[in-house]
Design a protein. Structure first.
Length: 453
C-alpha cells in the first residue's frame, strides 16, 4: 500500500505524531489501533526518509541494562513475525528479518560477564566461544587482541596482537534487510487503521491551551489541533522540545551526532557459511560482528556486501552538530579509511577500496545512549527521542510504550510517581518504563557508553 497524502491537511486530530521514521511510524500505528484519529507530520517526502534510512538495522540483544535487553528480546519476536505484527498478510513488499546470529568479540568495555547474566535473566540464548571456536565458526577472522582501538595514523595501529579474543554469540540476532521499507510498512499499517500522513511540512510551533498542548502550527501557517502531540522527530527532537518550551525538567540531554556507515565487498571467506554452520543455497550470510576491540561493527548485506560502522571508540573525534540539517550526507575518505582498515585488520582478506562508499546519517544521541520514552511537564506532550542510533531494533516496542503512556497518562495515571510497566506479549518479561524516563538518574560513567548501548 502506498500512502497517499490527504488533499487537504486535517485541521484536527486526537493525536499528532511529529516524525515518520521507524519510531514515529510505530507510535502512529499503535495509537491508531487504540481508535484515535492520528495525523503524522514529517519534513521529508515519505516514511523512513530521515535517519531511519541510514540505519544498519541490526537486531541484537547486548545492552548494559536489564530493560534494554528485555526490550530488544521482546522486539525481536515482532521482527520475526513481522506480517503478524503489522496485522497484514505476508507480502514481498514487507521488510524481512535475516537471522544470521551476532558475534560480540571480547574487549574490556563489553562487560561480557554482566551481559551474560542479563541474557540469563531475560531468557536470551547465547554461546560462549574461545578463540579456536571463533576462528572455526567465522572463517577468515583474526582472533588477535588489539585493544585499545587506535587512530589509523598511530604508529601502534599495525602492531601485533597481545593475546587472543573469545566471543559471545547470540544465534537469534541478525538484521532487517531494508530499514526504510520497515518504516513504510509501519506507516501503511497505521494508515490502514485510519492514520493520515502529511509530508514535506515543517513544524514551526506548538500550540497551547490552558497549560496543556493543543496541537501544532506548520511553517505555512496551517494548524492541526490535537490534545496529544508525540515528539518522534529524531535529530530534530531537541528543537521541537524548545518550540514546546519543555525540557527544563529533563535530567538527560540529547544532541545530534553525524555518523557514517560504509559499504564494501565482503571477503570470500565470510560467505562460506554462517556462524552457526547452517547455510543454504543462496543464503551464505555471515554473522553480525561487534568488534569494540578495534572500534567497529559489521553486518552482511545483499549481493556479497558488508555494511561497516563505528562503535565510537574514544580515540575517534565525535562529530556533534548544532544544526542536523547542515551535515554532509556523503562518506568522507578519512572515516572510510579508518573504519574499513580496522575491519581489514580483523578480516585480513578484506580489500580496502580507494574511494569511499556508503552513507552518512544523523543520530539523536542521549547523554547515556539510552532513549527517552516519556510524558513531559506539558500535559499531552510526549517524547520518543534520544534513540542514539541503537533503537531501530526496538521500534515495535517503542510504539507500544508510547501508546501505553498516552492511554494511561491521559486517563489520569501519574507515571512520574508510579512508573508504568509493560508486560511483553511474547516473552512475558515485564519492562519498567521508568528506565526510559526523562528524569532518570544517569549513573556515573554512563556517558562512556556508545552506540552499542
Amino acid at each position: 500500500m502506498m500512502i497517499r497524502e490527504p488533499d487537504t491537511i486535517p485541521s484536527g486530530a486526537d493525536a499528532v505524531v511529529v516524525g515518520a521514521g521507524v519510531i514515529g511510524a510505530a507510535a502512529a500505528m499503535e495509537l491508531a489501533r487504540t481508535g484515535r484519529r492520528v495525523v503524522v507530520v514529517d519534513k521529508h517526502g515519505g516514511a523512513g526518509h530521515g535517519s531511519t534510512s541510514a540505519s544498519s538495522a541490526i537486531i541484537r540483544f547486548n545492552y548494559s541494562t536489564w530493560e534494554g535487553v528485555a526490550t530488544a528480546w521482546e522486539s525481536h519476536y515482532c521482527w520475526t513475525r513481522w506480517a503478524e505484527h503489522l496485522g497484514t498478510d505476508r507480502s514481498p513488499a514487507l521488510a524481512a528479518f535475516r537471522r544470521t546470529g551476532a558475534v560480540l568479540l571480547d574487549a574490556p568495555d563489553t562487560r561480557t560477564p554482566e551481559v551474560m547474566a542479563l541474557f540469563e535473566c531475560v531468557g536470551v540464548p547465547y554461546e560462549r566461544w574461545d578463540a579456536a571456536l571463533l576462528r572455526s565458526r567465522v572463517p577468515g577472522i583474526d582472533a588477535g587482541r588489539y585493544w585499545p582501538p587506535k587512530p589509523l595514523h598511530d604508529e601502534a595501529f599495525f602492531s601485533g596482537p597481545e593475546g587472543e579474543l573469545g566471543a559471545l554469540f547470540t544465534p537469534d540476532a541478525g538484521f532487517v534487510d531494508d530499514p526504510q521499507l520497515a518504516a513504510q510498512n509501519l506507516a501503511d499499517a497505521a494508515a490502514r487503521n485510519g492514520a493520515r500522513f502529511v509530508f514535506h511540512r515543517r513544524v514551526a510551533g506548538v500550540l497551547r491551551r490552558e497549560d496543556r498542548v493543543a496541537g501544532i502550527r506548520l511553517a505555512d501557517g496551517t494548524t492541526i489541533t490535537a490534545p496529544v502531540v508525540v515528539n518522534a522527530a529524531g535529530p530534530w527532537s531537541g528543537a521541537l522540545n524548545r518550540l514546546a518550551d519543555v525540557g527544563a525538567e529533563f535530567t538527560v540531554g540529547v544532541r545530534p551526532l553525524r555518523q557514517e556507515v560504509h559499504q564494501v565487498t565482503a571477503p570470500r571467506s565470510r560467505g562460506d557459511r554462517t556462524a552457526s554452520g547452517r547455510g543454504s543455497a543462496g543464503d551464505t550470510l555471515g554473522p553480525v560482528v561487534a568488534d569494540t576491540d578495534l572500534g567497529t561493527y559489521l553486518r552482511p548485506s545483499a549481493g556479497g556486501q558488508l555494511l561497516i560502522g563505528s562503535t565510537l571508540p574514544a580515540c575517534d573525534p565525535m562529530e556533534w552538530l548544532d544544526d542536523p540539517d547542515a551535515y554532509n550526507p556523503h562518506p568522507t575518505p578519512a572515516r572510510f579509511d579508518s573504519q574499513v582498515t580496522r575491519v581489514a585488520r580483523r578480516f585480513p582478506l578484506l580489500r580496502v577500496p580507494n574511494r569511499p562508499t556508503g552513507i552518512a546519517g544523523v543520530y539523536d544521541v542521549a547523554d547515556d545512549w539510552s532513549p527517552i520514552y516519556d510524558r513531559t511537564d506539558l500535559p499531552g506532550f510526549y517524547v520518543a527521542m534520544g534513540t542514539s542510533g541503537n533503537q531501530f531494533k526496538n521500534a515495535p516496542l517503542a510504539g507500544r510504550f508510547l501508546a501505553t503512556l498516552v492511554d494511561r497518562v491521559e486517563a489520569g495515571h501519574d507515571h512520574d510517581r508510579d512508573p508504568l510497566r509493560y508486560p511483553g506479549e511474547h516473552t512475558g518479561n515485564v519492562i519498567n518504563l521508568a528506565a526510559f524516563s526523562r528524569r532518570r538518574v544517569v549513573p556515573e560513567g554512563a556517558a562512556s557508553r556508545t552506540v552499542m548501548g
